[in-house]
Design a binder for this molecule. Structure first.
Ligand code: ADP
Ligand code: ZN
Length: 731
């Protein structure tokens, strides 16, 4: 990165190219006939193939240029800016990912090789048609109606009601002129001058602070309960960013939320922003990738991968629901989009807004120590109040076996049904039952390639492994002892709760919201809209419902098993349960009617449950933070997970032991190494899994030490070593 952005390599000069191929280094080539610049996207030969790369810097070897293969060609796209190249490099170094793999994330645009795609258009010509017909007159009228703008064939035929032949003949005669224009067109302009909502004093103050900070790097935690208007406030920050002529990126944790959000953007700015996530078509992605680089897209709404787009001038990144665990990518490249957003913003001179009702502990601590600014929205907007929260002590309730709704909760739902209001029954478990056992021998049905029990999905009439997705028919005979008719579902999933709700409340309309029950994001969105419009009385949902959907008629939330998240040995179990329960409870009473949240628990005196009920959030964060500090855990110390996997168990354990015995480079920086031990999920897709955990103080060169450590021992073929910096999960 020592050469300036516009450094030019003359023809035949040696240069280094970073390709998207799985190599952990740059390759040397010589510049093509027209020369090349740093950051140029190029096509280079690699073995018998041609691959995509970016001119990264001066050649690393000192081979004479004649010995180097030439760059095949420079692609017709703007070069990658210094800012994005630095981001690719820094993100790769931080996550211990090969740079080529990071570059791959930044070049996931279809059609990069093809150059600018063109399309044929027609303009009004000078010559009149040789013979005027009705059809031809209609075409001329359409062209005139559009003020001489270029129109495509299908636009003309549709508007004029003529066949393609009419248009083509007119073009031959000179009555129309054929031309080519780029297919990828800029997005409609968003207008930040349109008025936003009238903000409350709290909101206005927060908006003003967010606007004032722009133009330089900075991070702000925007904390406020669900419904307090965080979205309204950060849209004002977006408006300011657009006024400054810079680009804004809003990250959402889930695709199902984008449709509703995009409508709000359209209402605020008069046009729709660009969208980037797995549900977007290839054509649209190609357009967005190009437009974001040319400044033809002012605002992008997307999933975490939108962080790797080639923005021309990124001024603001909003991470909505910043605590959401889906921001951590858990396979392939392991990175946390929230942290990478902060990194990218620091390189782009942009502001970051982290919005949440229940921030991650890391974020809370960063705000506490003054590293991040913090803005609080205290009240819900309008008259909506935070729900009243109470525990239902399951030890004192008479719940029949095979049932999960306690009499107290049942009565509360009944009351809502009478009042014509909605209830949500929350259970964070997909499927019908988490366990299928044989009553004769006690056998539990396991996935044959994972260390996991098969989950019954009665709706699909299959058993499914939630680790690998494998499915199997529901057995009538025990796979172990062979006895017929004794297989039995144990424990509840949302499908089983659905069955119970229909039995308890036969007149009620029950809807289940679970990600696996919908074929498409569109179907899910339609269901969510129907529920919001009041087309269900009881909603049964997994954590999908915890995320930001707005159901105005919902006044009761019943949490079926508030203890579910507390059992794990996970560092973040308390934090996660606290966040999830507060989020779910926040669904109740968003409009004029006050809400009630009831938590079914066997441990009403557990400190986490008590903190949830009392609503003493700051107290909870302080206690959690104190505990982490005492243990030297993040954010006061650092962790790195090491996950080794292989189909061959013996080889795996031997390698893990050998690696652990060479921990010198880690010990030298004062780090501790725990393990190796079989992972909690010890086998997935036929691969055995072993974990180690590295714990280090803040501020030591952890990544460098890990690189040295693992470099000592080349893993055998088929053994994978994955390093998870700042791990979020420990399975
Ligand atoms: P959050 O993002 O904190 O959950 P939202 O911004 O979605 O909150 O606001 C919740 C609801 O209240 C939305 O329907 C929003 O349009 C409305 N709202 C918030 N602030 C205002 C305001 N100042 N004027 C009018 N409506 C508002
Ligand atoms: Zn499996």
């Amino acid at each position: 990165m020592d050469l300036p952005e516009d450094h030019h390599f003359p023809p035949d000069a040696p240069l280094a190219v970073l390709t998207t191929q799985p190599l952990d280094r740059v390759l040397d080539y010589r510049a093509p006939e027209g020369g090349a610049r740093i950051g140029d996207f190029v096509e280079v030969p690699l073995g018998p193939r041609k691959v995509l790369g970016v001119v990264w810097g001066p050649a690393e070897s000192n081979l004479p240029p004649a010995r180097l293969r030439p760059v095949e060609r420079v692609l017709d796209v703007p070069p990658m800016r210094d800012e994005l190249r630095a981001f690719v490099a820094r993100a790769a170094d931080y996550t211990l990912t090969p740079r080529s793999l990071m570059l791959f994330l930044a070049t996931r645009a279809p059609g990069l090789f093809q150059g600018q795609a063109m399309r044929r258009v027609y303009l009004p010509g000078d010559a009149p048609p040789e013979r005027m017909t009705d059809a031809r007159a209609r075409v001329l009228a359409v062209m005139k109606g559009y003020g001489g703008a270029a129109l495509t064939l299908s636009e003309i035929t549709r508007a004029a009601g003529v066949s393609a032949g009419v248009v083509q003949t007119m073009a031959k005669q000179g009555a129309l002129i054929e031309a080519e224009t780029p297919r990828d067109t800029p997005y409609p302009r968003l207008d930040p001058a349109r008025p936003g909502k009238d903000l409350s004093p709290d909101q206005a103050e927060a908006a003003a602070r967010l606007c004032a900070g722009q133009g330089a790097f900075g991070v702000t935690l925007l904390k406020g309960v669900t419904g307090s208007g965080k979205t309204e406030v950060y849209l004002e920050a977006v408006a300011e960013c657009l006024r400054k002529g810079r680009q804004a990126l809003v990250l959402l944790p889930e695709i199902a939320l984008t449709a509703g959000f995009i409508e709000r953007v359209e209402a605020r700015f008069g046009a729709r922003p660009a969208e980037w996530h797995s549900g977007v078509t290839m054509t649209e992605r190609r357009r967005l990738w190009r437009m974001v680089g040319q400044g033809g897209a002012q605002m992008v709404v997307g999933a975490r991968s939108a962080l790797f787009l080639p923005y021309r001038d990124l001024g603001l990144i909003v991470v909505d629901e910043e605590h959401d665990s889906s921001y951590k990518q858990e396979d392939g490249v392991l990175y946390n989009a929230r942290d990478m957003a902060v990194l990218r913003a620091s390189l782009a001179g942009a502001q970051v807004v982290l919005a949440s009702a229940t921030p991650a502990l890391e974020t809370w601590v960063n705000a506490e120590t003054g590293k991040y600014a913090r803005l609080d929205l205290h009240a819900r907007f309008g008259v909506a109040e935070l729900p009243d929260m109470r525990a239902i002590d399951l030890r004192a309730e008479d719940v029949p076996s095979g049932r999960w709704v306690s009499p107290t909760l049942q009565a509360a739902v009944e009351a809502r049904l009478q009042a014509g209001e909605q209830s949500l029954l929350f259970l964070n478990r997909r499927g019908y039952a988490p366990v299928t056992t044989c009553r004769a021998c006690g056998h539990q049905v396991q996935c044959h390639q994972c260390d996991a029990r098969m989950v019954e999905h009665r709706f699909q009439k299959r058993l499914m492994c939630h680790q690998c997705g494998a499915t199997a028919p529901i057995p009538t005979a025990c796979p172990s002892c062979g006895v017929e008719g004794r297989m039995h579902a144990v424990g509840p999933g949302v499908e089983r709760l659905d069955e119970e709700a229909r039995a308890l409340f036969p007149q009620a309309r029950v809807a289940v919201l679970s990600s696996d029950l919908f074929a498409s994001a569109r179907a899910l969105k339609a269901q969510i809209e129907a529920i919001a419009a009041g087309e269900a009385d009881i909603i049964i949902g997994t954590q999908l419902v915890a995320k930001g959907h707005n159901f105005p008629l919902l006044t009761l939330v019943g949490v079926i098993d508030a203890d579910l998240g507390l059992h794990g040995s996970d560092l973040r179990a308390a934090e996660r349960t606290f966040q999830l329960m507060r989020q779910v409870a926040g669904r109740a009473g968003r409009a004029e009617r006050p809400g009630l949240a009831l938590l079914q628990t066997h441990q009403p005196d557990h400190p986490v449950i008590r903190a949830i009920l009392s609503g003493d959030e700051e107290g909870f964060w302080r206690a959690e933070a104190e505990e982490r500090r005492a243990l030297g855990m993040p954010p006061y110390g650092r962790l790195a997970g090491v996950i080794l996997s292989s189909p061959k168990a013996e080889e795996l354990f031997a390698y893990a032991d050998a690696l652990a015995a060479r921990a010198e480079p880690l010990l030298r920086i004062g780090a501790q190494l725990f393990g190796p031990a079989p992972a909690p999920v010890a086998r997935v897709r036929g691969r055995h899994r072993v974990r180690m955990l590295i714990k280090a103080a803040k501020g030591v060169p952890l990544q460098a030490a890990i690189t040295q450590w693992t470099a000592q021992l080349k893993p055998p073929h088929d053994l994978r070593v994955a390093i998870d910096i700042d791990p979020q999960s420990f399975w």
